[in-house]
Design a protein. Structure first.
Length: 325
C-alpha cells in the first residue's frame, strides 16, 4: 500500500554524525549546517510522521508509528517523549524490545555522549551506518553516511556480487564499502566513551504446540489486519491511497480492507507482463470486480523516480517499474 500526503510521502531523509568519545583525533564536523543533536549533529528533511524533540538533555528523533509497551507514542506530546527517554536510560539499547510498529528511533545524550538508533522488527525504514575518524554516522542513504564521515565512497565488491546473484543488496551490506545497514530488529548504540555495538533485540519465536482454533484465530487475524490498515491510512482520504493489486490473497485482502475502511472501493494499481503464463492481471480484475475500486493501470514504461530514489540498487517488479502488456 502506498500513501502520499499533501506535504509529501511519509518517508524520512536524515544523516546524523556523533563523536564516539575517547578519540582526540575525530574528523571535523561535516554536518556543520545541520542542527544540534545531543552530542552530535543532524541534517534532516522531515515528513509529517517525524518528530524531533529534546527531553531532559536527550535529543530524540522518532519517525513512523511507534508503540511503547503497546501504547502509541507521539514524541511531541507531553509525557510521551519522557517515557521513551526514561526507557532508554533504564535499559540501554535493550529498550527497543519494548517497542513495536514501523519506526526509526534515534537518541543522543548531550551530557554523556551516549546514543542509540533502532529500527523496527521488519526495518520498514532503512538505516545505514559507518564508523571512521572517531565518529559514527547513521542515516537513510549510504552515500550520505560516507560523506558525513569524510570517507571517499567506494563500491563494495561483496555487495555487487550479492546484487548480481540476488538482485538485491542484503543487510548488513550496503552498496558503499565501509557502510553497513541496520538489520531487522536491531539497535546500534554507543556509550559516549568510544565503545559501540550493534545487536539484535528481537528474534521471531514460534510456538508450534499452541492450541489452534480456526474460528477464533481467524477473527483475531482479521481484527489485526483491520487495525493495521486503519493505522496506515489514518488521516488520509480514499483518493490519497493506492493499493498494489496482483489479485493474490495478500493484495486482494488489503485492497478489500481499505475499501471497507473508506466505504468505497480503494484505488488499485496492477502490473501486467506481456508473457503468457506470467501475466496475472486476470486475477486482479476479478478482485476489482469484487471490491469495485476505480481501476488504474500505468502505461508501459517506468515509474518516474522509482529506482533513482532508492538508496540501494534493487531490481524486481516493485522497484524497477517496468510494465508490459
Amino acid at each position: 500500500m502506498s500513501a502520499d500526503r499533501a506535504a509529501g510521502a511519509p518517508r524520512l531523509d536524515f544523516t546524523a554524525r556523533i563523536p564516539l568519545g575517547g578519540d582526540a583525533h575525530a574528523a571535523p564536523d561535516t554536518l556543520a549546517n545541520g542542527e544540534a543533536f545531543g552530542a552530535g549533529r543532524l541534517a534532516t528533511q522531515r515528513s509529517p510522521v517525524t518528530r524531533r524533540v529534546d527531553v531532559d538533555g536527550v535529543a530524540l528523533l522518532v519517525h513512523g508509528r511507534v508503540r511503547l509497551d503497546h501504547q502509541a507514542i507521539d514524541a511531541s506530546a507531553p509525557g510521551d517523549g519522557q517515557r521513551l527517554v526514561a526507557a532508554w536510560r533504564r535499559d540501554g539499547a535493550a529498550f527497543a524490545a519494548q517497542l513495536d510498529g514501523e519506526f526509526v528511533v534515534a537518541l543522543c545524550d548531550a551530557r554523556s555522549g551516549a546514543w542509540c538508533v533502532a529500527v523496527d522488527r521488519f526495518s520498514a525504514f532503512r538505516v545505514y551506518f559507518g564508523v571512521a575518524h572517531g565518529a559514527v554516522a547513521f542515516g537513510t542513504a549510504p552515500l550520505d553516511v560516507a560523506r558525513a564521515l569524510s570517507v571517499s565512497p567506494q563500491v563494495d565488491a561483496n555487495a555487487l556480487l550479492a546484487y548480481t546473484y540476488f538482485h538485491v543488496v542484503p543487510a548488513p551490506l550496503s552498496i558503499i564499502e565501509g557502510v553497513a545497514r541496520v538489520d531487522h530488529g536491531e539497535a546500534l548504540a554507543g556509550d559516549g566513551r568510544g565503545k559501540w555495538s550493534v545487536a539484535r533485540y528481537w528474534t521471531p519465536h514460534f510456538v508450534e504446540s499452541r492450541p489452534f482454533d480456526f474460528a477464533t484465530d481467524r477473527q483475531a487475524f482479521m481484527a489485526a489486519l483491520r487495525t493495521g490498515v486503519g493505522e496506515c491510512v489514518e488521516g488520509l482520504g480514499a483518493d490519497d491511497v493506492g493499493c498494489f493489486l496482483s489479485g493474490g490473497t495478500d493484495s486482494s485482502t488489503i485492497a478489500g480492507l481499505a475499501s471497507e475502511h473508506f466505504g468505497i472501493g480503494a484505488r488499485t494499481f496492477s502490473i501486467g507482463f506481456g508473457v503468457e503464463g506470467y501475466d496475472e492481471t486476470g486475477y486482479s480484475r476479478l478482485a476489482s470486480e469484487r471490491f469495485k475500486p476505480p481501476p488504474s493501470r500505468s502505461p508501459s514504461g517506468r515509474f518516474p523516480g522509482s529506482t533513482e530514489d532508492s538508496p540501494a540498487p534493487r531490481q524486481d517488479s516493485r522497484s524497477d517499474g517496468r510494465i508490459g502488456g
